[in-house]
Design a protein around this ligand. Structure first.
Ligand code: FES
Length: 576
């Protein structure tokens, strides 16, 4: 390097004319790289979650190629590297158990390698938060690209949505309204292109969060994976990350308190997943922004949902893109006075500059602000003696008539107990009961599985009833629906009051009053607590033991306690 040219982080690897520099350059040159790529230009890591076990991200090598074109064109040096890819439908016991492990890998991969700026290729549910969390702890210039949703599912002339129709079809089979053959035929019709779930589930919600936080390019959320414009976006992102490195535009300048507030409100307007609550709290913790459950209720709960997408509405992400996509919703938030308009985004412009001229091309998909799909779309945070540290419920996915309900508890000690007994005709349950599921929280499952929307008993479904109040310490798939109280904290396995509920206790849910109450005296609860003993870790060693010992509760984002915070990209010691 010569003159006053800016030195980047990677120059510590590729700059020196000594043995260390020789080693770093020479081994890289076995890939056919000419000497001039080591001339001090920004090295752009492409953090790639491509995996054939993770079908939602299986097309990511193609996106990486588009990114590389943009990086080369802008004078950078792109280097693609793999990180753990969490496929939601494949990983057992649940992908969420490994979100923090993947984040740890991303953090150390960025810090330990000559990365000046990083492109995060994200898609399937946990890949978005894990990569953002890892990058945030390093605080280098960062730009996230979502892989895009699958094309609309279609079966026998009907739109079918990822996840949402799995629940619907499965209940239709149980209720005798759909044959098993029809059920099997619907498989291929649902997932018919590259991309992630195309309902407004967790993956789409998190893709919207990427755009709303400003850490992704405009239009990031909705362009289908199969649409050529996804490649164009990746190309332009590749160009832009090089400029971000030159401008030293670190992720901490994007992920501000204002950005998180924008994202929370946006999640209400799109009818987004309850999982976004946990992931954004965890991400905020990494970057040093204080974000709590109460912020979600205070900022988001009264925001109307205007996006008519499953599971709350009728359409799918492809329709959302053609209607104008997330820019329309961001413009509406701005016009309603609910947007921090000056929040900076990765393209160097404010969120308002990027979206103020967005057009709505289909008011059946994106409803007008004053005629929304749901008046109060966000997340309601409930507290009471059953959830001293909070629990959440998504009103737009719930039944209005159950928002205030008192019912007899039918308790399942864990998900295996639920599966063993739910179809038993002798089970003492009817539609007025409250189904209570324990030991499915961060420590209990472990990994806080998406089982909170447990299916109703067949004998209730057969009556044509499709919803009951359910309470658990679990999460729920963003594609699911129902009057489902989730993330109850502290969880049962951590000794929360949920552990003490017994069959026959009366449970009161009052969503307007934000209350979740167990109608049992304090003295009785103290007696039950004295008889309670904590569970053993799932494994005696390995990552699962580390996780069990250190995971925080849902209200704190379920990160590992020692991973909270920003540690930067400095390396304590050089190897060569
Ligand atoms: Fe990957 Fe839904 S299973 S996004």
């Amino acid at each position: 390097m010569s003159g006053d040219k800016k030195k980047f982080r990677s120059s510590a690897w590729y700059g020196p004319a000594n043995m260390g520099g020789f080693i770093h350059r020479s081994w890289m040159r076995n890939q056919g790289l000419p000497s001039h790529v080591f001339d001090g230009r920004p090295v752009i890591g492409i953090c790639n979650t491509k995996s054939e076990f993770n079908p939602c991200n299986a097309h990511f090598d193609d996106i990486a190629e588009h990114v590389k074109r943009g990086v080369w064109e802008a004078g950078g040096f792109p280097v693609d590297f793999p990180v753990m890819s969490l496929g939601e439908v494949t990983y057992r016991p649940t992908a969420m158990l490994f979100r923090n492990l993947a984040a740890m890998e991303v953090e150390e991969s960025i810090r330990g390698q000559p990365v000046d700026g990083v492109i995060l290729l994200v898609g399937c549910d946990k890949t978005t938060p894990s990569l953002l969390m890892g990058a945030a702890s390093c605080d280098v210039p960062t730009l996230a690209i979502s892989g895009g949703p699958m094309l609309n599912g279609r079966y026998r002339g009907e739109l079918i949505g990822s996840g949402t129709h799995v629940w619907k079809f499965s209940e239709a089979v149980k209720a005798g309204k759909m044959t098993v053959d029809e059920f099997m035929n619907a498989e291929a019709a649902m997932s018919r292109s590259p991309g992630h779930c195309m309902t407004m589930g967790t993956a789409s919600s998190m893709a919207c969060m990427v755009e709303a936080l400003g850490v992704g390019m405009p239009e990031n959320a909705a362009i289908p994976a199969a649409d050529s414009r996804r490649g164009t976006l990746a190309h332009m992102a590749g160009q832009r990350i090089v400029r971000m490195v030159e401008e030293d535009l670190k992720i901490s300048k994007i992920l501000t308190r204002e950005a998180f507030e924008n994202a929370i409100r946006l999640n209400g307007a799109i009818g987004g997943s309850t999982n976004a609550v946990i992931h954004l709290i965890a991400l905020a913790g990494r970057i040093g922004v204080e974000l709590t459950l109460d912020d979600w209720d205070r900022l988001g709960c009264d925001v109307p949902t205007v996006v008519n997408l499953m599971p709350s509405g009728e359409y799918l992400m492809e329709d959302f893109y053609y209607a104008g996509g997330l820019p329309v919703v961001i413009r509406m938030l701005g016009e309603a006075g609910l947007l921090h308009k000056d929040a900076l985004t990765v393209n160097g412009h404010s969120i308002w500059e990027n979206n103020k001229d967005a057009q709505n091309y289909n008011t059946g998909v994106i409803f007008p602000w004053d005629k929304p799909l749901t008046d109060k779309g966000g997340i309601a945070v409930l507290r009471g003696n059953l959830a001293p540290d909070g629990a959440v419920l998504k009103p737009s996915a719930a039944s209005p008539e159950l928002m205030k309900h008192r019912g007899r508890a039918v308790v399942f000690e864990n998900i295996e107990d639920y599966h063993a007994r739910i179809a038993d005709p002798e089970l003492d349950i009817d539609e007025t009961c409250v189904m209570v599921l324990k030991n499915c929280g961060p420590r209990g499952y472990p990994g806080m599985a998406e089982v909170g929307n447990m299916g109703l008993p067949p004998k209730v479904l057969e009556k044509g009833i499709t919803d009951m109040v359910r309470v658990s310490d679990a999460r729920m798939s963003g594609t699911a629906y129902g009057t489902v109280v989730l993330h109850t904290a502290p969880e049962a396995a951590a000794g929360g009051p949920l552990a003490l509920v017994r069959n026959g206790d009366m449970v009161e849910l009052d969503v307007p009053g934000r209350r979740l109450h167990l109608d049992v005296t304090d003295a009785e609860l103290a007696e039950r607590r004295a008889a309670w003993s904590p569970p053993e870790p799932p494994m005696a060693g390995g990552y699962q033991k580390l996780y069990f010992d250190h995971v925080l509760q849902a209200d704190r984002g379920a990160d590992l306690d020692f991973l909270v915070g920003k540690r930067g990209a400095d390396i304590p010691r050089e190897s060569h």
